[in-house]
Design a protein around this ligand. Structure first.
Ligand code: NAD
Length: 512
């Protein structure tokens, strides 16, 4: 079982730390303004009230969209070097505030501070990376009918981008969405999840400090009601959304009313396929930790299914369980903690009910499976939980738990491994461990996933495109593709001389 930290007087410590939380207002047109309503955020570590925050309603969304619309003509015409400077300053602001962000993310989301801090640095990487693209986003010249004219295309910003991130990586989500949107010349309405409102507001404070022009970034905090209203808003030109697949459908439905284009980064149930010839030490060191400890298993691309070749099944399972023995679960503000609580009561209840259903199935509970009691009982602490011999067709193997639960199944041979890996509705990420170079390529090629890691875990550099297929969404974040999500291509034709297009459908020719 994981070792628990001494909780001490967690509640008192959190009350003190909560002084860093921003006021809970909305940030619209460069001003801090009262929201139409307020919500109360519960601390996932203690179950106690943490702070109040603005709960955006329609009037707040209208004001934020209007501010972004007004700022857009000016922002799109800012010179590339000046726009690049703004993004570089935002990156520096994020880095300078990394410790404060880490405290906020520990309080509102239960993320251990070291993990949270790394996410802030990653967000800064995205701002720096996309700052570099500002003056390199160019168009194309197209060959056309000889002698008729000059044909070219240019990328243009959409206008107002609605950015709706999920709660589990709120600051990295801002890096992946807001940085490329701004780099391409768009203005942004950032609607933070009601589950983690304060980190987004702290980002808004940095925008204000580093001189992002008023209205270019607006931040409102709210839930489904404001998200749905924003997604259907006629003043929004592009939506970038991260969240569950069901919500993704709702966003797409809302967007359909105005035919607003969407990028959807949705759920996952990623398979980690381990062949008998793999480096089993490496597998043992990361397979269980990555699936259950990292952000308490609340990550879209985490390898929540472990598929092990039959001949090494017992050996791998033993190593995975060993790796979980040293996990320090406890107060996320404590520097030695490696695993915090799950994000809120609703998540805790959902995860525990999925665990209970798995206990009633043919799967074998190998570790965990009960909410922490004693000093931790008022927080939402669920330890790493591993089920063995999970039926690949069962709910635990097919549905996203989004919590610290790993489903382990066995396979015989490569064909079965691929079939099993591809058997869910999701197609987000995949992992393969083998020393056979040819097989690594074969399996990676056949995995139905937008993102495959072989013999390790991709560090998700901002340079690379990330995004899933099917139930996991469409569109990319990161890399050049993550930037072109925020531009529309305009084709322009300049005639060299006036000519009348032939009426017989034939090709135009030089008019002489
Ligand atoms: P969620 O779908 O509940 O909420 C996501 C966001 O949408 C929140 O800001 C929420 O307030 C808002 N929202 C809720 N209902 C809405 C509606 N009807 N219209 C518009 N907006 C609405 O998801 P969550 O619980 O915040 O995040 C967990 C999910 O996100 C998981 O399924 C996870 O796999 C997924 N996720 C995907 C990626 C990815 O890149 N593919 C990354 C992180 C998380």
């Amino acid at each position: 079982m994981p070792i628990s930290d001494e909780p001490g007087d967690m509640e008192a410590g959190h009350r003190l730390a909560a002084k860093v939380l921003p006021s809970g207002l909305n940030f619209i047109d460069g001003e801090w303004v009262d929201g139409s309503a307020t919500g109360i955020l519960i601390d996932p570590s203690t179950g106690g009230e943490l702070a109040t925050f603005a709960l955006a309603h329609e009037a707040d969304v209208d004001a934020a969209v209007a501010a972004a619309r007004e700022a857009f003509p000016k922002w799109r015409s800012v010179s590339p070097d000046a726009r690049r400077t703004v993004l570089v300053r935002l990156a520096a602001g994020l880095r300078a505030e990394a410790d404060t962000f880490a405290t906020i993310l520990a309080l509102e989301g239960g993320q251990p501070t070291a993990f949270a801090r790394a996410g802030v640095m990653k967000a800064a990487d995205y701002f720096e990376y996309y700052a570099g693209w500002v003056d390199k986003l160019t168009g194309l010249v197209h060959p056309t009918y000889p002698g008729t004219g000059f044909d070219y295309s240019v990328p243009q910003p959409f206008g107002v981008v609605a950015a709706i991130p999920s709660w589990n990586g709120p600051i990295t989500g801002i890096g992946r969405k807001v940085a490329p949107a701004l780099a391409a010349g768009n203005c942004v309405v950032l609607k933070s999840s009601e589950t983690v409102p304060f980190s987004a507001l702290h980002f808004a404070a940095i925008c204000s400090e580093v001189g992002v022009p008023s209205g270019v970034v607006n931040c409102i905090t709210g839930g489904a009601q404001s998200g749905s209203y924003l997604a259907s808003h006629p003043g929004v030109d592009k939506i970038t959304f991260t969240g569950g697949s069901r919500t993704g459908r709702a966003v797409m439905t809302s967007a359909a009313s105005e035919l607003t284009p969407v990028t959807l980064e949705l759920g996952g149930k990623s398979a980690n396929v381990v062949f008998a010839d793999a480096d089993l030490d490496a597998v043992g060191a990361i397979a269980g930790i990555n699936a259950t400890v990292r952000n308490s298993g609340q990550g879209c691309l985490l390898p929540s299914r472990l598929l092990i070749e039959d001949s090494v099944y017992d050996e791998v399972v033993e190593r995975v369980l060993d790796s979980l023995a040293d996990v320090r679960i406890g107060d996320p503000l404590n520097a030695s903690t490696t695993m915090g609580p799950v994000v809120n009561e609703a998540s805790c209840t959902r995860i525990l009910s999925m665990i209970d259903a798995a206990k009633d199935s043919s799967a074998t509970l190998l570790i965990g499976g009960e909410r922490l009691e004693g000093d931790y009982r008022s927080g939402y602490f669920i330890p790493p939980t591993v089920f063995g011999d999970v039926d690949p067709a069962s709910a635990l193997a097919q549905e996203e738990v989004f919590g610290p639960v790993l489903a382990v199944s066995r396979f015989h041979g490569e064909d079965e491994a691929i079939a099993m890996a591809n058997s869910t509705r999701y197609s987000l990420a995949g992992y393969v461990f083998t020393r056979d170079f040819h097989r690594a390529h074969r399996v990676a090629e056949q995995m139905d996933a937008g993102y495959v890691s072989v013999n390790g875990v991709n560090p998700m550099a901002p340079t690379a495109p990330f995004g899933g297929f099917g139930e996991s969404g469409f569109g990319k974040e990161g890399g050049l593709e993550g930037l072109t999500e925020f531009v529309k291509t305009k084709n322009i034709y300049m005639a060299m001389q006036f000519s009348v297009p032939p009426l017989d459908g034939g090709s135009p020719t030089r008019a002489n």
